[in-house]
Every structure is written in C-alpha cells, then in structure tokens.
Design a protein around this ligand. Structure first.
Ligand code: SF4
Length: 437
C-alpha cells in the first residue's frame, strides 16, 4: 500500500514541477514514506532522517541550495509532533490519510522562516476524492487501493490506529482509476486494502456490492488481463468472492489469506475472531470452487503465551492447508497495540527454533508446489528485464516469478512459457514456439 501511496504522491506532485530523481543528492524534495508494520520502524525512520540531514540537506545548504524534507506514512501518523521535536530539520509531517494535501503543504514551506507543517488528520472528505490525478510511469502491473483501514483490531496490529476505520472507495472512483491505468498500458491490477475483502459500496444497480461484484465489473475492461487482490481476512470471504474465483478467468488463481496461528487459544488472544477450523472451512470451500487455487498466508510465531502445543497446532494447520508460499515472522510488540501489555513472552531462543520449524515446512511446501509446474505451460505477464542479458521476468497466474530469455523486448506482453525448472522462489522456462498471445 505504501508503494501505491508513493506512486500517488509522485502523480500529485508532477503538475507542480516535481519529477522523480534516482539520485537523491539532487533532490529538492525528499519524501520518506514510512511503514509501521515491521519491528523498529520508528528507530529506522529517525536514523534515516539523520542520514538525509547529513547526506542531502546540510550538503545542499553548504552550496546555498535548499531541500524540503517530508515524512509520510504510518510512522508519521503515529509519531506526529515527536518527529519535529527529534528531527527539527523535517519540514512536513503528513499522515497516510492526508497526503493529498502534500502539494499545498510544500507550497507553504518557506526555508527562510523555517516554518513547519503537520497534517495527520483523518479527513472527513476521503482523500480519494482528491486523487483524481494524472497517471504515468506505471509498469505492466499496478496497484489500485480500493479499501483502507480496519475495524478488526487484532491485538498485535497497529493498522486500526494508523490507517483508521474501514473505508471503502466508491465504485465509480475505482473503475475510473482502473480505466486510466489500463489506458496508460497496465495489464494487471492488484486491488489493495488492509482488509480488501471487506470492501463494499453501492453498485450500479443501487444494491451494496462486495469485492466479488467489483471484480466482475473490472473484468469488463477489455485490455485489463489479470486481476489480483490483497490482503484478505477469513471472515470476509463471502460466497460472491469465492464464486468469482470459479467464474472470472481474469481473476488469478491465487489467494493470500492470513491466519497467523493454528491454535484457537492464540487466535483468541490475537482477537482474530475466527478459529482454525473456521479458517480451514473457508479454504476447503474455495478449493471446492477452484481446486487449482494457490493459497498463501501469514504466520506470527511466538505470540505471548504460545506453548509447544500451540506451536504444534500451527504446524498441523500448515500441513493441512499445504501452502504455495507463506510469510512467517517472530512476534515483536508494537507500541500502542493491546498486546504490548501481555505478559508470558516467549523466550527468544524458543521463538527462533519454532520459526525455523515453521519456515522449513513452508519452504518444503513451496518447493513441492513449484515442482509440479515443470513441463507445464503458463500464461505469463512479462514485467521487466531480469538481471542477465536478454533475460526477462514474468509472473505466473499462481504468483510465481518466471525467468526466461528472449531477443525481443517483451515487457507488457502476455506470453506462453514452457516451464523447464523449478526453484524455491521462482521458475525458469522457454517461450512456447509460435504460440504468443
Ligand atoms: S485484520 Fe489485518 S489489518 Fe486488521 S487489525 Fe487484524 S492484522 Fe491488522
């Protein structure tokens, strides 16, 4: 989502004379777009701000030039005035719900007066009403935010506090942006939301539509070839969305559905609002409708109070689901979340060994998943050049990276690839002769 927000900020600033520069030393404006989801995000933000001051701001000032420094994103939202106090060389602090005001804030900054601006409001008029801006420089695959915020309040998560309550973007605004993206050359759109499948809004027939209906509508855009979405909550997997995985060819057979733990006791402590059996039931149903679908997930290892028995329940759930790939992290507390006050913290060594066990199992499953594609043909969207000469990187319908070689520039094409080898995190293949789409 931060990647999307950064692109939007860039789009917003272009009409004001700014353009992206790969060399930060030249920058007149530096926007540090921060994420609060990983450990030590706050410390990393302050150390990066120190580096920006020394490497860019002070060096420019020595040559008589000025640069503006803005901090955006969830750390900006959570830290607010503290950033100005600890890093007084920062000119602007802007939260994730108010970055549409960035051009105005920049225009007010006066380096001589040294005035500062903080905008971390949750505005009453949603920011998307202000984001109808020019779209440019997108790769063949683009993000499109359709939903923000979360009402689920998992006890380990900062999102409800930094991104606010659940908000669904109106249908017309999403369709307009999707069409603009496709007009600019985009072939694949990944719909984004902290709780993307909670999206709901008034549809064309004046009834409330869910994500399944939205995907059906987006699939009507002729040159849009692939649709994906992330991240979902198990409780919001409604039947229309599940049916969409059976009925809509453009919706890719891949679902990222976090569960976090296989233990009901831990799930309750996490306030996930579902049991492991309910999660498995949802996956079973999705597989009934689309048996080929690749399932991905997230796991938090060593949540406070997690016992060996709970850990075993997580391993059992992983075995039962059989993931195509999944993300797993050791638990670490986030300031401001309810779990900060939980006691019974799991010893770091135990966390490490449990994480190792979970990751070994997930790696095994991912390798087995990838191996079954050897000798198959996959429809691949070519995304960019690979690192080697003549090499290209594409994405399979199941969200696997596929490397292959070509003498022609194929970026943006959809092409059939015969898979020849499978690795832990990728596949390699060759272009299927005379069968380009
Ligand atoms: S559902 Fe996801 S975004 Fe919402 S509180 Fe839980 S982990 Fe955070």
């Amino acid at each position: 989502m931060n990647f999307y927000d950064s692109e939007k900020m860039s789009d917003l600033l272009k009409p004001h004379g700014y353009q992206l520069d790969n060399n930060e030393d030249n920058a007149d404006l530096i926007v540090l777009n921060t994420c609060h989801i990983r450990e030590k995000a706050v410390e990393k933000t302050y150390s990066e701000l120190g580096r920006i001051r020394d490497k860019i701001k002070l060096r420019k000032e020595k040559t008589g030039k000025k640069s503006i420094v803005a901090v955006a994103g969830c750390v900006a939202q959570a830290q607010g005035k503290e950033i100005m106090k600890r890093s007084p060389w920062v000119d602007i602090v802007v939260g994730p719900q108010s970055y549409q005001n960035l051009p105005e804030l920049i225009s007010k900054v006066d380096p001589v007066k040294n005035n500062k601006y903080i905008d971390i409001e949750f505005p009453t008029i949603p920011k998307f009403d202000h984001l109808d801006c020019h779209i440019s420089d997108r790769s063949p695959s683009a993000f499109l935010t359709i939903q923000e915020g979360c009402d689920k309040f998992c006890t380990f998560c900062v999102v409800p506090y930094t991104r606010g309550a659940e908000y669904s973007r109106p249908l017309t605004s999403i369709i307009d942006e999707a069409k603009k993206l496709v007009d600019s050359g985009v072939k694949e759109i990944t719909l984004l939301g902290q709780n993307v499948n909670a999206w709901n809004a008034v549809g064309k027939d004046k009834n409330i539509w869910g994500l399944g209906r939205l995907i059906e509508e987006l699939a009507k855009i002729k040159d849009l070839k692939f649709i994906r979405y992330t991240t979902s909550h198990p409780l919001d997997m409604d039947i229309e969305l599940i049916e969409a995985h059976r009925d809509i060819d453009k919706l890719m057979p891949y679902l990222h559905l976090p569960v976090q733990s296989g233990s009901d006791k831990v799930l309750k402590m996490m306030n996930r609002k579902h049991t492991s059996a309910e999660y498995i039931k949802v996956i079973d149903k999705i597989r009934d409708y689309n048996p080929k679908i690749a399932i991905s997930g997230d796991f938090i290892i060593g949540f406070p109070g997690e016992t060996d028995k709970d850990h075993q329940a997580t391993l059992n759930l992983i075995k039962e689901i059989n993931y195509s790939q999944a993300y797993s992290f050791k638990y670490s507390s986030r300031p401001g979340t309810p779990a900060v006050v939980f006691f019974n913290h799991v010893d770091e060594n135990i966390k490490n060994s449990r994480l190792q066990e979970v990751q070994d199992l997930l790696r095994l499953q991912q390798m087995e998943f990838n191996k079954q594609f050897i000798n198959s043909t996959q429809k691949v969207l070519v995304l960019k050049n690979g690192k080697k000469n003549g090499q290209y990187l594409g994405r399979s319908p199941f969200n696997q990276s596929i490397y292959f070689y070509s003498d022609n520039n194929l970026i943006g094409s959809t092409i059939d690839i015969n898979v020849t080898e499978a690795f832990q995190n990728s596949l390699t293949g060759v272009i299927k002769p005379n069968k380009n789409i």
